[in-house]
Design a protein around this ligand. Structure first.
Ligand code: AP5
Ligand code: MG
Length: 190
């Protein structure tokens, strides 16, 4: 089984590159942001809790998020593995993911860090905000998301380095070149 963690700041291209990885490797895609947005759209209790936090650029509490991820993982049938997009975002989540995979006799194959300069991230997200209108794609919320990323999520780079799973990808530039680098990183770990 191939289990890939795609990692990076808001706007780094996790969703964009996940779609290509899914197609090439036949993986299931779990995007925790997409799961939460679906709950918001459906008007569930979880959606209401999530909306207040997402609109303010804050993370959903670990316990809640870990429960959502476990349920999602249990619901999968078939496929060659999973690409985890937007999870883990804290060290507690990374530790839980490891436990969940070990319980299934599996492991994370690679963690791909998409590195993109902050001014480019802001540019991409503001553009998307104008085009499609994700509620958290406005300047004020983007700034908060970037701070939360730096403080709570970026430490996972060292955590995955310690695990021997970290792969650096330059996420700034042409989509095709970035994807080629991703494929090379994944294939080197197969
Ligand atoms: P989530 O949905 O995961 O959002 P995010 O991490 O902020 O990242 P985005 O989805 O905005 O960006 P992306 O990296 O997927 O980039 P994309 O491919 O779209 O999470 C949203 C919120 O949910 C969080 O803030 C949090 O509140 C909550 N949440 C989710 N998971 C959680 C968890 N595990 N724990 C706690 N809370 C959680 O690309 C962005 C734009 O750039 C697009 O318009 C794209 O077309 C463009 N683009 C992509 N690549 C390039 C390129 N190479 N050049 C130019 N443009 C590009
Ligand atoms: Mg995304």
């Amino acid at each position: 089984m191939l289990n890939i963690v795609i990692f990076g700041a808001p706007g780094s291209g996790k969703g964009t590159q996940s779609a290509r990885i899914v197609e090439k490797y036949g993986l299931n895609h779990i995007s925790t942001g997409d799961v939460l947005r679906a709950e918001i759209a459906a008007g569930t209790e979880l959606g209401k809790t999530a909306k207040a936090l997402i609109d303010n650029g804050q993370l959903i509490p670990d316990e809640l998020m870990i429960g959502i991820l476990a349920a999602k993982l249990d619901s999968l049938a078939g496929g060659n593995g999973v690409i985890f997009d937007g999870f883990p975002r804290t060290i507690a989540q990374a530790e839980e993911l490891k436990k969940m995979l070990v319980a299934r006799g599996q492991d994370v194959t690679a963690m791909l860090e998409l590195d993109v300069p902050e001014d480019e991230l802001m540019d991409r997200l503001l553009k998307r905000g104008q085009a499609s209108g994700r509620a958290d794609d406005n300047e004020e919320t983007i700034k908060k998301r970037l701070v939360v990323y730096a403080e709570q999520t970026a430490p996972l780079k060292d955590w995955y380095k310690n695990e021997g799973k970290h792969c650096y990808i330059n996420g700034f530039g042409e989509l095709d070149r970035i994807f080629e680098d991703i494929v090379a990183a994944i294939d080197s770990r197969l």
